[in-house]
Every structure is written in structure tokens, then in C-alpha cells.
Design a protein around this ligand. Structure first.
Ligand code: SF4
Ligand code: SF4
Length: 463
């Protein structure tokens, strides 16, 4: 049989080499002989294994078994995979219970929590109806996720309580597990709300950007006062007796990217179970990073990655969720045919019960995809997906990171390409370097025999 090479990419890690099989997201450590063979035969478009010498044939057969050599003419995985939207069950719903906020974060994509509209709250009937749609839309899935979001959701505890109550009722009626999480700025937490969170096993993601000077600069209240001390004052109570994870969700502006190590360790010391760090979305041109900022950010992540590996060697998992999620995906060989679940099982619901492709696109009428009375509009979702992926095939089709990235965040792309007028692919080099860092860390952990630790990360992400 005649074979051809499947798309692959080779990384050098600690003097050795790791091969990434793009279509299946597979990773192999390769020895010098295999490297030499790949540099000799890697450019050959077709190979007849029977004609190769014995030593080469043995290696080539191993590569074939690892799906890096595929029969010539067999169609390799095409991207994006055609998925019929109407066939995808709903598994995650984000409820915008309050489209208002008591903070005035400098980088807010939701225009002070209102998403460009009049400040408004979801009524309890809408909250309950949305939860019922989530359960009904989940069809045969036995687990769903309900995210209580805003604005600031704690400004509307009536809807939060109604949604949680409905979720528990529906869970009992159907036997489905409803995982509930709350994303909050935490400035309105008090002992009563904390008891409610503990009692209902709600996972909490707190938007907290690091030490007081960073947090207060990024996330002032409506009169310009800081928010750090108010939030940190409630943390002990929340963490003590927490029955689900309490995570810090960090957003840093480019000038703060050189401080990510300090920010991470500060939040870890405060006792958060997870810390996720995100570069700000450039909602204004001033928030766009330059090459120097990106360099500092990657250096910060690389440095944290080194500490992560060193801790892993002593049996500890550093709670850096960015890296944990990526390592777990690499370990599972998980590839993506779409960049995220938006529209494919994931929807956001605004205060009026309108569906949007994702929580960040709420208020953008061109991304409105139905409502609670009519249900999700599969045709419109399909049309939007076609438009936003148009022209991507060529750019992404030849990118080695395509099965990890799959085109990037729709919201970020919309922001950069449509609102800021930046060309497609402006963040690709950064994205690829981030995945490369993950692959290098993964290879280093494998080489150090940390398979058990990688399995633990996988479980942590699956939970
Ligand atoms: S890094 Fe860029 S080219 Fe590669 S898959 Fe992502 S969006 Fe496409
Ligand atoms: S579009 Fe972007 S922000 Fe929205 S769910 Fe997807 S990755 Fe997240």
C-alpha cells in the first residue's frame, strides 16, 4: 500500500524531540534515528513501505500505526467539520440575571454590565423558564451546566434563587446532574449569600485581578473607590466550608502583563482553588498589546510553567487553570472541530429571555439566535457560523495548531476584525506560542515520568 504523511509538527524539548500529530492531537517523543528518517523522508509525498530498507521500514510501520502515515488518497480530517446545529444538545446556559453592575471596570466589554442597554434585571419567571429550556434542550445528556452571570448577578438574588431552585427541582424530576456556577465580582457577598452558595454547592468564579493596586486600578466602584479590600474581606468565609471550587478569574491590561507571576502567587496565597489569567479583550484600540507586551506575557507564563513542572515533580498541582486545562486536553488527545461551544450546545440568555451565541455577544443583535418562547434558531446559528468562519479555512487549514485552536474566540475575532478593523490572524502567532509552551511542558512532564499527575489533571478538568 502507498502511504502519505499526515500533517505533523516537530518540537524540540530539552534536547530531545516531540512530534505532534495535528489531526488526532497525538504527541510522541521521538529518538534521533526517527528524527533523521523524518528529515530524510518527511518531504516525500508518497511512500511504498515495501520498497524501504528494513530499518527504515520498521520505523515507518511504527509511524503508520501511530496514524502519522496514512493510506494515500484517504481523505484526511477536513476542517471545519460540518456539524448539524439542530442535532447538538444544549449543555451549557449562561443566564444574564442582572444587566447592571455596581463596579466600573476599565476594560468591561459589557458597557458597565448593561450590554449597551438600559440597566435591567431578569424576572424570576424568565429565570425558571430558561432553566427548563436548558434541561429540555439537553435531550439525552445526563449533565448540564448553568452559569449565573451578569453584569453583577448578586444584584438580583431573586432570580439567582429562582434559577437554583428550578435547577434543583428539574434535576430531581429528570435525574440529570445540574452543575451550577456563579461568576461574580464578589463585592456584594455577605454571610447570607455565602450560606446560600455553600448550601447549594455552587462553584464560584470571582473576577479579581491580583494585588490591591492592580484590582483597584482595573475594577473601581461607581464612585471611583477601590474594590479589593471589600472582596478579600469576604473570602475567608466563602472558602471556609466551600462545597465546590472557588476560582479567581483575572483580567490584565497589557501594561500589567509583566506582573502575571506576582498576580498568580498573590491569588494562590489568598487560597483560591484555581486561578485563570486572561489578557484583556481589546474593546478599545488603547487596549491592543504590542509585540513587547506579548513577549512579557509569554515570559510570565513560561516562568509559571517552570514552577508548575517543579511543583508537579514534588506531587503538587499548582492551581493555574490556563495550563491545567491545556495539559489535560493534550493528555486526552482532545481536538476541536469548532473553537468553542458557542452555538453548539452553549447559549447565553439575556434579561428579556433572548438567546445569544455567547455571553460576550449579548446585546449584539446580529448574534441574537432566538428566544425562550421560540427556542434556539438553528438556521440562524448555522448562518452566523458560516459567516464567521468564512475565509478561515485557508488560513487555519495549513496551521499546525488548528485542532487545538480551531479559529479562535468568535467574540475576540469580531472585536478585532469588525470593530477595530484589524486583519484576520493578528493574534495567531501568540496563540501558537501558547500551545507550543503547553506541548513543551507536557513533553517535559512525560519525560519526567509524571503520567499519574497528568491523569489527575485530566480528572480535574472532567469534573
Ligand atoms: S492560530 Fe490562527 S491560523 Fe491557527 S487555527 Fe488559530 S486562528 Fe487559525
Ligand atoms: S465566543 Fe469566545 S467568549 Fe464566547 S464562548 Fe466562545 S471562546 Fe468564550
Amino acid at each position: 500500500m502507498i502511504y502519505t504523511w499526515a500533517d505533523h509538527h516537530i518540537f524540540t524539548v530539552q534536547g530531545g524531540a516531540t512530534l505532534f500529530g495535528v489531526d488526532h492531537g497525538s504527541l510522541f517523543s521521538i529518538d534521533e534515528t526517527t528524527q533523521e528518517l523524518l528529515s530524510r523522508l518527511g518531504g516525500k509525498l508518497s511512500l511504498n513501505l515495501a520498497e524501504e530498507s528494513g530499518a527504515d521500514r520498521e520505523i515507518l510501520e511504527g509511524l503508520r500505526d501511530a496514524r502519522l502515515l496514512v493510506p494515500e488518497g484517504v481523505k484526511q480530517k477536513a476542517r471545519p467539520v460540518d456539524i448539524e446545529i439542530g442535532s447538538v444538545p444544549l449543555t451549557t446556559m449562561v443566564l444574564e440575571v442582572a444587566q447592571e453592575c455596581n463596579l466600573r471596570c476599565t476594560y468591561c466589554y459589557a458597557e458597565g454590565g448593561t450590554y449597551g442597554k438600559q440597566a435591567n434585571n431578569m424576572d424570576t419567571g424568565t429565570a425558571r423558564a430558561a432553566v427548563r429550556q436548558l434541561i429540555e434542550g439537553s435531550r439525552d445528556q445526563d449533565r448540564v451546566t448553568l452559569v449565573l452571570f451578569g453584569g453583577e448577578p448578586l444584584l438580583n438574588m431573586a432570580a439567582v434563587r429562582a434559577a437554583v431552585d428550578e435547577a434543583e427541582i428539574m434535576s430531581q424530576l429528570t435525574g440529570k446532574k445540574v452543575f451550577i456556577s456563579l461568576t461574580t465580582n464578589a463585592s456584594l457577598l455577605d454571610s447570607e449569600i455565602i450560606d446560600f452558595i455553600h448550601q447549594h454547592r455552587i462553584a464560584v468564579a470571582i473576577s479579581l485581578d491580583g494585588p490591591a493596586d492592580v484590582q483597584d486600578a482595573n475594577r473601581p466602584d461607581a464612585v471611583g473607590g477601590g474594590s479589593y479590600s471589600r472582596i478579600v474581606g469576604q473570602l475567608d468565609g466563602l472558602l471556609k466550608g466551600a462545597s465546590a471550587a472557588v476560582a479567581a478569574r483575572v483580567t490584565l491590561v497589557p501594561e500589567q502583563w509583566s506582573r502575571i507571576e506576582e498576580v498568580f502567587f498573590h491569588l494562590m496565597d489568598l487560597g483560591f482553588h484555581e486561578v485563570g489569567i486572561a489578557p484583556v479583550s481589546p474593546i478599545r484600540p488603547e487596549l491592543l498589546p504590542n509585540a513587547e507586551h506579548e513577549e512579557r506575557l509569554l515570559e510570565g507564563f513560561s516562568s509559571l510553567a517552570r514552577v508548575f513542572v517543579a511543583a508537579a515533580k514534588t506531587g503538587r498541582i499548582l492551581p493555574l487553570s490556563n495550563l491545567i486545562d491545556l495539559l489535560a486536553r493534550l493528555h486526552m488527545g482532545q481536538t476541536k472541530s469548532v473553537s468553542c461551544g458557542a452555538g453548539y450546545g452553549y447559549l447565553a440568555v439575556d434579561v428579556e429571555g433572548k438567546f445569544y451565541l455567547c455571553h460576550r455577544l449579548v446585546g449584539e443583535e446580529s448574534f441574537c439566535v432566538g428566544n425562550l418562547s421560540g427556542g434556539p434558531d438553528a438556521e440562524k446559528i448555522g448562518g452566523i457560523m458560516k459567516t464567521i468562519t468564512c475565509g478561515k479555512e485557508e488560513m487555519c487549514g495549513s496551521c499546525w495548531a488548528r485542532t487545538l485552536c480551531s479559529g479562535g474566540c468568535h467574540y475576540e475575532n469580531h472585536l478585532r476584525e469588525k470593530l477595530l478593523g484589524i486583519h484576520k490572524g493578528s493574534s495567531c502567532s501568540f496563540i501558537r506560542r501558547w500551545f507550543q509552551l503547553g506541548i513543551e511542558v507536557y513533553a517535559e512532564m512525560k519525560n519526567a515520568g509524571l503520567d499519574e499527575m497528568l491523569k489527575k489533571l485530566e480528572k480535574r478538568v472532567k469534573c
